[in-house]
Ligand binder design. Structure first.
Ligand SMILES: Cc1cc2nc3c(=O)[nH]c(=O)nc-3n(C[C@H](O)[C@H](O)[C@H](O)COP(=O)(O)OP(=O)(O)OC[C@H]3O[C@@H](n4cnc5c(N)ncnc54)[C@H](O)[C@@H]3O)c2cc1C
Length: 349
């Protein structure tokens, strides 16, 4: 992996915001480094990751360096043990004012979506939320921020010509992390923000996670997703059964969520989540562009739809034309029978 020519030079650094949950680095930190590494290499600039919290270990910093960072800025203070948006924002603003990065990327997680809008306002720059593509403009070295606009029907390219840093969020799971490079070395810079930056008017009382059927869809290797064609909430039990058999999770189109059949946490698409499973089984989903925007990272797609002209089939590796309520029970019976055969040591079909 090629590092920058002058990693000591702060001018023009590309920064990513690492995230810690329950005292551990979250996977999005490494996805962001994959985005950042490409941008930094194109700009020939250092790539730095910023990590806040309390008890940030040397191993945390080392893993970010293995993941692609040339430098890690650590803000490790007891006041930052919990995610308190105002203290986090002020502490990061302190760091930005001191080291003046050129580009600053965060993940469009609840943390990133909370910090970045207040941070860009505090810094007097701009922010492009939910980017699906990032690039460096040849010649100017400026960040090109691409995101869907006008209901997902056009892709807008956005630049921040006059203000720095150029700030954006990218969707979780929009990039796979780089393979850890154990030979990579980097610098760790510890920063202590001003006391007033660490002060917070907030107190965390409790944390309530989103409900999900199986693993959260963004972490699932297999997703069985249903749309309006599933007809009613009760039919999602069939999807749950199939997902359970395959060790996967249940996803949904916005229609299914709007109809109240499944929680919003299951929604895949432009206004839901982006997912990157190995297998995505779309049942009774038409394949609107806004849905495809969230599932285009799936490695393999099986679509079940009774309309042979359904657009989802253009994105499918295997297309099954039929009534989902007929196809799914047959699929479940077949998988159960294969599993039983295997458990009994019988021939694998
Ligand atoms: C700004 C914006 C953001 C949006 N964000 C999202 C988003 O994040 N996610 C999202 O999904 N949508 C999103 N949408 C909505 C999107 O445009 C579609 O309306 C939605 O995806 C359609 O959901 P669906 O495929 O379940 O329903 P439909 O389009 O109604 O399709 C139902 C499908 O089921 C099939 N079907 C019917 N009966 C059966 C059966 N018995 N067996 C098999 N197939 C059957 C039909 O042939 C049809 O193809 C957004 C729209 C806008 C404008």
């Amino acid at each position: 992996m090629n590092g920058p020519k002058n990693p000591e030079n702060n001018v023009g650094e590309v920064w990513t915001l690492a995230e810690r949950r329950e005292g551990r680095l979250h996977g999005v930190s490494f996805e962001l480094l994959a985005w950042g590494r490409e941008l930094a290499d194109k700009k020939d600039s250092p790539l730095a990751s910023v990590v806040l919290g309390h008890g940030v270990s040397d191993e945390d910093a080392a893993s970010l360096i293995r993941g692609g960072a040339d430098k890690v800025y650590v803000i490790d203070e007891p006041q930052l043990a919990q995610f308190l948006p105002d203290a986090y924002k002020k502490s990061i603003a302190d760091l930005v004012r001191k080291y003046r990065p050129d580009i600053f990327i965060a993940s469009a997680t609840s943390q990133g979506r909370t910090i970045m809008p207040t941070l860009y306002a505090a810094l007097g720059t701009g922010l492009t939320a939910d980017c699906t593509g990032l690039d460096i403009e040849p010649g100017t070295g400026m960040l090109i921020q691409t995101r869907p606009a006008i209901g997902g029907n056009v892709m807008a390219e956005i630049r921040t010509p006059d203000r720095r840093p150029q700030m954006c969020t990218v969707r979780p799971k929009s990039r796979r992390p780089l393979a850890p490079d154990t030979a990579r070395t980097g610098q760790v810079v510890r920063h202590r923000p001003a006391d007033e930056s660490l002060a917070s008017v907030l107190e965390r009382l409790s944390f309530r996670g989103e409900p999900s059927i199986g693993l959260p869809i963004q972490e699932a290797e297999i997703i069985v997703a249903g749309g309006k064609g599933m007809k009613k909430a009760r039919n999602f039990r069939t999807l749950e059964e199939l997902a359970g058999l395959l060790g996967g999770s249940v996803g949904a189109s916005r229609m299914a969520v709007d109809l109240g059949w499944v929680p919003y946490s299951a929604q895949v698409g432009l206004s839901g989540k982006s997912v990157t499973p190995r297998l995505y089984i779309a049942c009774g989903i038409s394949g609107a562009v806004q849905h495809l925007a969230g599932m285009s990272g799936a490695e393999r797609v099986i679509a079940i739809n009774q309309d042979p002209e359904a657009p989802i089939f253009n994105s499918a590796d295997i297309s099954i034309v039929g009534d989902a309520m007929d196809v799914l029970p047959r699929l479940i019976t077949e998988i159960k029978s294969i599993k039983n055969d295997r458990a009994a040591g019988g021939a694998v079909r």
